[in-house]
Design a protein around this ligand. Structure first.
Ligand SMILES: [Zn+2]
Length: 268
């Protein structure tokens, strides 16, 4: 009897859920995912979309979840697409191949030089592992047609210890990557934009955000997405914010979206 009752309740719940989904219609954000096999590991690319699929946002570091929450708030508010790489919850992707464990930073895989360096630094290098990582990077870009986007927005978080806007000052360890810099006294150093387009730099500087412009001539090709898209001629920006600054990062994503619309960089 109790079983029947709970069965009936379950059916009713499914019915109500379906009805809600139908009622939600096209206002419900749309989620799907693609998967990539690397040795014994599967990396998922979760796609979160609402309204038009532009702007295109990507999150490649699985432990930078505040940035994903901020991105989804703005996608729900005004549309867009967010692709999030999901694997073990950490920054590095780990996979086993022929009994050997390999690790790499998924934001260092968009050139051969970068793949060699990140495998060597994070674990060990082999040609077989190189092929696996390169194949993943190529398919990730192809399956989501990232090379055909008018602009790419990458979502990242800082943790208060490593990278800040001050890393790009003349005395900082990232100074060679940066050609111009604007540091705002009213913003937290961990909250900043890293951009490859002079128009973006001017826009954020005018609103007194921390911002640095990539020096395309002098930046070393470390396999990061910013270098890859700059070489493809696709405008690109990183939105970096402290992992505890959800409100600040949401505001940064909102401003970036407004800028992209104002500059006519929305995909049709
Ligand atoms: Zn990151």
């Amino acid at each position: 009897m109790e079983n029947k009752l709970s069965q009936a309740r379950a059916i009713l719940q499914v019915f109500v859920l379906s009805a809600l989904l139908v009622a939600g219609g096209c206002t419900t954000p749309h989620a799907e995912q693609t998967s990539f096999k690397l040795g014994d590991t599967t990396v998922h690319a979760k796609v979160f979309q609402h309204g038009k699929p532009s702007p295109m946002m990507i999150n490649v570091h699985d432990d930078e979840n505040t940035s994903v929450v901020a991105g989804k708030v703005v996608v729900r508010e005004s549309g867009g697409r967010l692709i999030e790489l999901v694997h073990n919850g950490g920054r590095l992707v780990e996979f086993k191949l022929d009994g050997q464990t390999y690790r790499f930073d998924p934001n260092r895989i968009f050139s051969d030089e970068g793949i060699r360096a990140t495998l060597s630094r994070r674990s060990t290098y082999s040609e077989a592992a190189h092929r696996v990582v390169k194949d993943f990077a190529t398919k990730f870009i192809e399956q989501h047609a990232l090379d055909r986007e008018p602009v790419i927005v990458a979502l990242h978080n800082t943790d208060g210890h490593g990278l800040t806007i001050n890393s790009y000052r003349a005395e900082g360890n990232m100074s060679s990557a940066s050609s111009v810099l604007h540091v705002s006294p009213k913003r937290s150093p961990g909250d900043f934009f890293y951009v490859t387009d002079r128009r973006f730099f001017d826009y954020f500087k005018a609103r007194d955000f921390n911002v640095t412009l990539q020096d395309d001539a002098n930046v070393s090709d470390d396999g990061s997405a910013s270098v890859y898209f700059a070489r493809k001629g696709i405008p690109y920006l990183n939105i970096e914010a402290d992992v505890s600054h959800l409100d600040e990062q949401t505001e940064m994503v909102r401003v970036a979206r407004e800028m992209i619309a104002e500059l006519g960089l929305m995909a049709r």
